[in-house]
Design a protein around this ligand. Structure first.
Ligand code: FES
Length: 124
């Protein structure tokens, strides 16, 4: 499911079961692809395109609250997008995930752009 619902401030990604079964789901966001990860610690979303290159983080390895880029193995926090290890030096953009009923979605701002996560970055 990649259709954006205008005016709701929310981009549906799929059902909880869809995301759980896949482990990671890529959705076409208004500002580019977004990867949503189902982890033991919860659901998290990052810009899907690795800041180091063009690889899809959705295709990376998720473990211990991080995702490893499949191209050059940079590691990012799935909570904050912060780089845990290079070669990437710039963080991935983190977005807020919200579950409505049985559907997982990414929160959008009033303009329809995905809204970067506002959680403090010192949590992990
Ligand atoms: S493209 Fe992701 S680490 Fe290089």
């Amino acid at each position: 499911m990649t259709e954006r619902i205008r005016g709701t401030g929310w981009l549906p990604v799929g059902t909880r079961q869809d995301v759980a079964d896949a482990g990671a789901v890529r959705v076409a966001g208004p500002d580019g692809p977004i990867a949503v990860f189902d982890t033991p610690d919860g659901l998290f979303a990052l810009g899907d395109t690795c800041p180091h290159g063009q690889a899809s983080l959705c295709e990376g390895w998720v473990e211990d609250g991080t995702v490893e880029c499949p191209a050059h193995l940079a590691v990012f926090s799935v909570r904050t997008g912060q780089v845990r290890s290079g070669p990437a030096s710039a963080p991935a953009t983190a977005y807020r995930v919200e579950v409505r009923g049985d559907t997982v979605g990414v929160v959008l701002d009033d303009s329809g752009s995905a809204r970067p996560d506002e959680r403090p970055t010192n949590r992990d």
